[in-house]
Every structure is written in C-alpha cells, then in structure tokens.
Ligand binder design. Sequence first.
Ligand code: CA
Length: 690
Amino acid sequence: MSSRHIVWSAICALVLVAASARSEIDGKALANEADGHNWPSYGRTYSEQHSSPLAMVNRDNVGRLGLSWSLDLGHVQNGATVPLAVDGILYFTVGQSLVHAVDARSGKLLWRHDPEVAKVAGRKLRYTWGPRGIAYWQGRVFVGTTDGRLIALSAKTGHQVWSVQTTDKNNELTITGPPRVFGGRVIIGNAGSEWGPNRGYVTAYDTATGRQLWRFYTVPGNPADGFESDAMAMAAKTWTGEWWKIGGGGTVWNAITYDPELDRIYIGVGNGAPWNRKVRSPLGGDNLFLCAIVALDAATGRYVWHYQTTPGESWDFVSAMDITLATVPVDGVPHKVILHAPKNGFFYVLDRYTGKVLSAEKLGKVTWAERVDLTTGRPVEAANARYPDGVVTQWPSSIGVHNWQPMSFNQWTGLVYVPTIEMAGTFDDRGIDKEHFVFKKTELNTGLVLSSGDAPKDAGTSALVAWDPVTQKPRWTVPTPGVWNGGTMTTAGGLVFQGQADGRFNAYDALTGKQLWTQDVGIGISGAPITYTVGGHQYVTVVAGWGAAGPAYLGSLAAQHGWVARRQTHQLLTFVLDGHAPMPKQPSPEQAIPLDEPTLAIDPMRAKAGEAIYATRCLACHGLGVVAAGFAPDLRASAVAMSATSFAGVVRGGALELNNMPKFDELSVEDVESLRLYIRARARATLSVH
Ligand code: CA
C-alpha cells in the first residue's frame, strides 16, 4: 500500500466518521444537555440556558484562543443575533432576515437567502430591523421577517420550502424574535405593542407544511365579539373601559421556551398598548396577560397557568426576557424552576409546574417597587411609581435592568450570567388627553419623557452580573463600557463569554469574574456567542455587529463608542485554540461629524415642530437628539439632510426604501421641511459646543 493510499484511506475514514456523526436535529437532540457537538437552537437546547458542556477550551487554556477565520457581512444593520451550529454548518440571520449558511471549518459561505423584506414591508419597515435568531428542525431553517412572514428554508440549499403570513399585512405587528420548534411544530410571536392598536399572540404551525395548528392571544378582544378561549374571558375581568379600541398590546417578541418534560410552552408577554394604564384601562386592573409568563399546553395552545411580573404595567416593563429552565436547590431540595429577569429589575425563580413565585430579589437598582410579596406574588409599588402627580424619575428606565440580550445559566457553577443596565427613566403624563387618546401610528408611548439633546455620559451604566439564583444575590459583577452590552454564553470549561459596546470580546472565569481573554474585534457586539465542535476542535463563534433597537434609540449614550453606519462592517468571527488568522481590518471608531450651512436661517418654531415629528418617526433608528449610534446614519452628518429636495425625496418619496429607509408619505412638504430644520438645528448646536 503506497503512502498516498494510506493518506486517502484515512481521509475516507474521517469522512465516514463525519457522515455517521451527522445527526438530524429533532426533539431528542434539542433536549440533550450532555452533547455539546452542535448549537442547534437559539439557547442551544430546550432549556434556553445558552450553556455548553464543552470544556476543551477552558480556564487554563482560553488565553490561547485566536481567530480561526472571519466572514465580512457588510453593512447589514442589525447584527444583534445568535447563530446556530449543526454538523459543522453555521446558520444565522442578520439585517432584514438575511439568512446565511457557512462552513464552520473554513468560513466559506454556502448559501444566503434574502426574503427581500424592504420590497414588501411597506410601513412595517418603520418599526423594526430584522430578527435576532432562527430555528432549525430536521433539515429546515425557520426565520421570521419584519413584514410578518414565517419562512421555512431548506438547510441544504437555502431555497424556500414554505412561507406563511403570521401578522396582518396592514397593522403594525412585525417579527423580531426567533421562532422555536418542538414535536414537528414551529411557534412564532410578534412585536410592536407600542406602534398601534394591536393584540399580541403566538401561533404554532406544522413544520412540514406551514399549516396553522393553534393561536393563543395574550390580551382579550372586544367582549361583544366573544372570547377565543376561557383564558381570554378570565383576562377580560382584569381590564376596564373600552381597551379593545386601543388593542391592549402584549406582544410575545422574544422569549418562548418549550418544556419537553411537561410538553408545555412558556411565553414571555410584552407591554401594554399604550404604555400608560390610565389610558388603556382607566379604572385600573391587572390587565392580563401583559408582562407575564404564560404556560400553555404545547399540543393545543390551551392556557395552563400564568405569573404576572408587573400587574397593570405602565413603564414598558415587559416580561419578554429569557425564560430559562433549570434545576436548582430550593430549601436544599433540587427543584425544577424557571429563571426570569424581566425589564422591571427583579430576578424571579418560579416553580415550573405551578408558576408560583419561589423567590424574587432586585437584580440591580430598582425604585418603582420596594419588593415582591411572596404571599401574594405581587410587587409592592412605590407610592409615586405611576406618576400620579406629574413628573417621576425612577429606576429602571424602560430599557430595563435586563433587556433581550441572552443571559446564560451554568449548571456547574450554579450561576446565571446576566447582561445588566442601570439607568433611570422619567415619566410624566400631564398634557396627554387620556380620554380621547388615539394612536398616531408611530407614537412611542404616553408616559416616557425623552431628552431632546445629548444625554449626559453618566446617565447610565452596564455590567455583567453573575447571579446566584439560590441566595438571590450577586456572586460577582464586572462593569462593562457604556449603557448596553452583549448577550452571554457559558461553558463547562468554567468560562463566560460576552461581547461589549466598545468592540471587545471577552472570556471570564465563571467562578470569579476574572478576565482571562480579550480580543478587540473592531466593532461593538450586541448579540450572543455560541460554541460547538467540528473535526474534534471546539470553536467559539460570534456575530460582531452594533445595531439593535436598544442602542439605536439611546442616542449619544450609545454613540460614544464611535461606531458609524456604513463605516465599520459586521463580521462573523470564529475562534479556536491557537487560531492565528488576522483580525479583519476595520476603520477606527470615530464620532459623526455634523454638517452645517451657516447661511441657512432656522426658524426655531419650525424646528420645534420638527422635533415632535422626529420623536414619533425617526428617533427609534436615528437616535435620541439626532445622535445616531451606528445603526442608521447620523442625520446631522448626512448630505441628504442638507438639501430640502433630496431630503423630501427620501422621507416622502421613499428614494432609499430598498436600503431599509421607510417612506413617510403622510407627512406634508411643510412637515418634512420642519423635520429637516430640526436636524439642521441639532447639527448646528453640536458644532457650536465643540
Ligand atoms: Ca416595548
């Protein structure tokens, strides 16, 4: 036998091993906590722990981690995403549902599917920026779109297998969250409680055909039309006035967890529409199932139990954050629980069978409530929390102590690694016509007071917190730069990985919080990393990209890191021990440089009118006070906003619609010019400061 033949035989044997290891992802694979070969769903397994049993990369050797390869994803906007890894192939979505398949060993792009969202989304383009994840089930990849489609793709080719419309084409509901799969079913929620008279719901479809199996609404409709379920009849008793005219809200835009043991689905329900209960439900009431976890029978979608973290919510304190399944000691006995850290700032441990709250403590600075009464399960609210007599500043803000960025639970340390934020919110509803409220479409809310200029740099902070769910206390805390940070991932190698706003990707000792490894990736990270094996090596992959709802609307607080739209590109980065590929070159961070035309006279009254238009239509992407944070262009520095004609062509005419800039054709020529004058005034104000 020639040496060449021996080499060839060895290669064939390796291929055979790889082929036999090829596992189709099904319910068994998604329930398997012990096999770290793949990362086949958003939170890796059904438990949504964002945790891996792999330990080839560990506390002792993580310092040797280096780049294996990178793939430039271009200027895709929204890089806030969690990839999947299935048998050596990475699948992920960035931007407006651009789904990619990439060879995990080489970084070679295998296919890319573009559902052409900007062509069909119309007004829905105004509300969101594409989803944060996808699902995989038996050779198919599932993704939601801003325009409300749920699409099944062939994992092999990227070709569309089926597509269903899960939201009304004419309302404001979009999709921002990842679908989940279980037992041949795929379930998806929607997003957009703030934007109009909407009712949230989740829908389960057959993975093979896209046929609708069941739908569960989260808030009741008009009683005169009859209720869809007993659960809706029960929920309606907690609402007052004519809430159905305003819609109620309650979108399920992020957390959906399947419990294979109980064959249940847990959904995390969002805020009310509008935020202010005095408008939505004038005589009070808990307003079920806003800001609650609801347990449903997975086969039928029937209600099982609920736990409401923020009854009668009025601050956007959604419960759409991770619903993590874990087994932790309660009074010394292992107990099957849900771990949940919603925006309202408390960390909850719930009994998984009954939904009863077992413990709840403050995860960060919280002043809207004193504590959670474990007997009633309800928060004890501060006296002025509902801004009864004018302006109230309290913690947390509507960004929350914890937002959608995934937390991770490490069963070997028993700790939960939570990306946290500390920032105050100011609420005031004086001057709002609560009796005759109408949604002005992109009206953000009715309570939050937004600043109109640069926010002070110390207006908020962020930290990575290692939380002990048994003692309900932090074990360690590491401050992170700025006011927004990335999702976390943890491993049996005793590590926690997290990306930061300043473009650093870090690994910490999961027990102590000591930083063991860091890499400058040249752009902020807002998604969460994953880990998996290919060919006997453990890899760590993250999408480096700055851009998500949170950072966009934080304005100058998020812009301080210097990520500028169309300057830095998004990158898919894969690391391995002793990897030595060079980091992709990125332009260095810089602040947007405003433009001014000194001879232009700016009528302050018109600029003021323009500010009001900006707040309801532009702020969510272009940033508070016209300070963008690297997601959409900073309009102070935009040549388009220097010319009345060009500006009107984009804003009214939709000239950049295919670049995901929606058109606002309901605005008059005068409105658009007022808006432009506000932008010009902000640019001039910035220049005069510097
Ligand atoms: Ca919200």
